[in-house]
Design a protein. Structure first.
Length: 401
């Protein structure tokens, strides 16, 4: 019980608060630890490299085009640089708009603020046995710091009684997907990470399995110090997230237009949260509100990815629930009776009466006046109506809970 009590206390102090969407509010801030003989210019170079990897992935080429210009003059995309302490560590804050412009100019895929949450079930193996990793432990702190450093939305379970009765240490070590998935259902996370931590020959060894949507990734890392081992693992996790959620920059004529219908928006707070979430998806243009009727709103925007990727991005905010498209009622069509039948009959009777009687010059003129338009009507075309522009946008329907 003492172990469980200390675990709960450390969790309350250390873990981030669970939210409905994994939005990294400090994504554009990079804390660069102090190193021996490191000048401020070298630290700024490191911060810029880390920032670009957060947004454009670890495999992005930084030595050509617009990104090479950013690396040559990092100060052009920074807001402020602050010293974090007397040890020489720096905090560099970057300008999101300037970075976005550079990435679009470089024509590379990018990630935004909203990212999939990854719930980590971690067990530390020692000579005394296997125990769940405490967030306040040396490796627990390293995982938290490196996750923020690499832009990974990492969270840990509450380790309360429900978790302890649902998951055993053996389930984590065996990477039991079924057990971990069931226990993780109560948390707002898209990914599940089973992690084993152990020390062997003075090395920190991490062995992990990640499930993210329908993909599975396994890996192993080791280093002399916890932070280096955690950083190796975290870069691989960041690459797995990037592969599924990065938004590709494409020419405007290759974008797909979308119309998003959301119901249940019955307050200003819900509307502002929805609008903010859409702006953080990383689309090439800002979603535009085109309709608001009661609790239903409608946005239009262009998205470069396919429908599956767009749905993954929208489902990052678990307050959005996909619903079926509404069925429009079909109104019965009433038959229209001809309104000109009596007029046509009377006109025919008049022509017959004139033809049957004495054809005087006056009556002949009447007949000619009636029959003449038939020849002229062949050359008369109906008026051309302006065509209505066709809306080719695809529609998605969601409900806000």
């Amino acid at each position: 019980m003492s172990l469980l009590r200390s675990c709960l206390l450390s969790l309350l102090c250390c873990l981030p608060v669970f939210a409905n969407a994994a939005v990294l509010e400090t994504l554009y801030q990079v804390n660069v630890p102090a190193t021996e003989d490191a000048e401020e210019g070298a630290q700024l170079d490191t911060a810029t490299r880390v920032m670009l990897h957060r947004l454009a992935g670890s495999s992005v080429a930084l030595n050509k085009g617009a990104l090479a210009e950013v690396m040559a003059e990092p100060s052009n995309v920074t807001r402020r640089i602050d010293a974090m302490g007397e040890d020489g560590s720096l905090r560099v804050e970057f300008d999101p708009l300037l970075l976005r412009e550079a990435l679009i100019k470089a024509d590379v895929p990018m990630l935004g603020l909203s990212r999939p949450g990854i719930l980590v079930w971690a067990v530390q193996s020692t000579m005394l046995g296997d125990e769940f990793l405490l967030p306040s432990s040396e490796m627990g702190q390293a995982l938290r710091e490196v996750a923020a450093y690499r832009g990974v939305a990492l969270t840990q379970p509450l380790a309360d009684l429900q978790d302890r009765t649902s998951v055993a240490e053996a389930n984590v070590l065996e990477a039991d997907e079924a057990v971990l998935a069931e226990a993780s259902a109560r948390y707002p996370a898209e990914g599940i990470l089973a992690l084993q931590v152990k020390q062997a020959d003075e090395l920190w060894v991490l062995q992990w399995t990640l499930w993210l949507n329908d993909q599975k990734v396994t890996g192993k890392a080791q280093a002399d110090i916890p932070r280096e081992a955690a950083d190796t693992m975290m870069q691989e996790l960041a690459d797995a997230v990037f592969a599924q959620y990065a938004v590709t920059s494409v020419p405007s004529d290759q974008l797909t237009g979308w119309r998003l219908h959301v119901s249940g928006i019955n307050s200003l707070d819900k509307f502002s949260r929805l609008q903010r979430m859409l702006q953080q998806m990383g689309t090439q243009d800002v979603p535009k509100l085109v309709s608001m009727k009661g609790s239903k709103v409608e946005f239009v925007f262009d998205f470069p990815g396919d429908e599956a990727q767009l749905q993954r991005m929208l489902m990052l905010d678990q307050r959005l629930i996909a619903v079926d498209a509404p069925v429009e009622p079909v109104e019965p069509v009433e038959p229209v009776e001809p309104a000109l039948s009596n007029t046509v009959d009377s006109s025919v009777d008049s022509v017959d009466s004139v033809s049957a009687g004495d054809a005087s010059p006056a009556s002949a003129g009447v007949v000619d006046a009636i029959e003449a338009p038939e020849a002229e009507e062949l050359d008369v075309l109906p008026p051309t109506l302006p065509s209505t522009p066709q809306d080719n946008r695809k529609s998605l329907y969601y409900r806000w809970r």
